[in-house]
Design a protein around this ligand. Structure first.
Ligand code: GDP
Length: 440
């Protein structure tokens, strides 16, 4: 995410890092570089200029602060200002009404339907809500199917009316259905168009008037850069939406949309989409995003993601197994699945301070665990549950079955055994204490 921008800002900072004091000249030079980096990231010119003017003024005004170096001062200033540029504080969804009606708007392909599913999943798992999804795109029959498939994956209900050609009526029916059946959030997935089109705007204005939504979220593809910002402006003029959803931030977007949209439409970014999976949704935190852009990592989000996947009952079971030395390949496999659910590996690594920069040229795809999974899947149920019985001839068979090399199978089993040993020791307080005593 935003690797190029992070890189260029880092280089711009170098101008100041070697300097003992902040002067008019070295700040001007640094700001020129920062402005260039922002423009390259597709931030619009006015925003980039206002931003650098602001940082410059503050940097010069802060010259009296001699306790920190100019480089540190600039990092701190940039962090605050970038966060401010993206909205300052986290903007929460307004969920008090029951049912809360959320209208989803945007162009075709922006990621509306995917986001509708993700939002329902988020509300169900993180906010303890009972959402109803309303399929209000009557122009593409496949859109209803797509929403039903996504809803099926996350166990959410859908309201659709395949006979109707009236999106205003369907939206109203959806809300009425939610009231009758005890759903407390209604998410209406509306139709898009390839580009802005008067008929679409009128239709969505009418849907808005008919259901009176508490939230109107405008979904936009961050890869489209300045176009995203322009589209947002048109939708906002017509709909006065309550928030923006930036999708596809997992791709190699340059970041311009994230950085300019707030200053152009003055509406907060509420969520970001970071992948195609239903779990790939994050509440947008301007301060954390600023730290990520500056290569300072985002440990808070990393810990939160881990917590979301954490099931206390399961963890207690696991601990019991470890204590009895019964942790087996089935458990190992399910742990891998949990890590994978946390999201894209490279994205996760990027949240660790300093690691993002280090990893920028390393390709880690979703198949980082592919071979390990294949090896475990090629084991028989007996082998998975009894790792000690996997002898040489079984290893041969597993390597052939999983299409991996014998050395890979040996390495995995060795690592697994080492891991089990350490786990066992850590779960036994007496052994742990004696281990600590032996440490130098
Ligand atoms: P809609 O026409 O606005 O409803 O867009 P869709 O929800 O059908 O999404 C269009 C395409 O973008 C689909 O292939 C989605 O899987 C993909 N997509 C949506 N959100 C994201 C995201 O955050 N990251 C990535 N990589 N792909 C996404």
């Amino acid at each position: 995410m935003f690797e190029n921008l992070s890189d260029k800002l880092d280089r711009a900072f170098k101008v100041l890092k070697g300097q003992g004091t902040i002067t008019e000249i070295n700040v001007a030079e640094t700001m020129k570089e920062i402005r260039k980096a922002l423009l390259d990231a597709d931030v619009n010119y006015k925003t980039a200029k206002a931003f650098t003017d602001d940082v410059k003024q503050k940097a010069l005004g802060n010259n009296v602060l001699t306790a920190i170096s100019p480089g540190q001062l600039l990092t701190k200033l940039m962090n605050d200002e970038l966060a401010e540029l993206m909205g300052g504080t986290t903007a929460e969804l307004e969920l008090k009404a029951s049912p809360t009606v959320i209208l989803i708007a945007g162009l075709n392909g922006a990621g509306k339907t995917t986001f509708t599913g993700k939002l329902a999943n988020y509300l169900k798992t993180q906010k303890n809500k009972k959402p109803l999804l309303v399929a209000d795109d009557i122009y593409r029959p496949a859109a209803i199917d797509q929403l039903e498939v996504l809803a099926g994956q996350i166990g959410a209900a859908v309201y659709a009316n395949r006979e109707s050609t009236d999106p205003i009526a369907i939206a109203k029916e959806g809300v009425a259905y939610a009231k009758q059946h005890g759903y407390n959030v209604v998410i209406i997935d509306t139709a898009g168009r390839l580009s802005i089109d008067e008929a679409l705007m009128v239709e969505i204005e009418q849907v808005k008037a008919a259901v009176n939504p508490q939230e109107i979220l405008f979904v936009v593809d961050s890869m489209t850069g300045q176009d995203a910002v322009n589209t947002a402006k048109v939708f906002n003029d017509r709909l006065d939406f309550t928030g923006v959803v930036l999708t596809k931030l997992d791709g190699d977007t340059r970041g311009g949309a994230a950085l300019s949209i707030k200053s152009v439409v003055n509406k907060p970014i509420k969520f970001i989409g970071t992948g195609e999976k239903m779990e790939a949704i994050d509440v947008f935190h301007p301060d954390r995003m600023a730290s990520r852009i500056l290569g300072m990592g985002d440990v808070v989000s990393l810990v939160e993601r881990a917590q979301q996947q954490f099931d206390e009952k399961e963890a207690a079971e696991l601990q019991k197994k470890i204590r009895k030395n019964k942790f087996d390949f089935n458990d190992f496999y399910s742990q891998i699945q949990q890590i994978k659910k946390m999201g894209n590996m490279k994205d996760l690594m990027g949240m660790i301070p300093g690691v993002g920069k280090m990893m920028k040229d390393v390709e880690i795809g979703d198949d980082a665990f592919k071979n390990v999974e294949a090896i475990i899947q090629s084991m028989t149920p007996h082998e998975k549950a009894n790792p000690d019985t996997i002898n040489q001839s079984r290893r041969n068979r597993i390597a052939a079955g999983s299409g991996t090399k014998m050395e890979e199978v040996n390495r995995l089993i060795k690592q697994f055994e080492d891991m089990r040993k350490v786990m066992k020791q850590m779960s036994n307080p007496a052994a742990m204490a004696s281990m600590m005593k032996r440490m130098p």
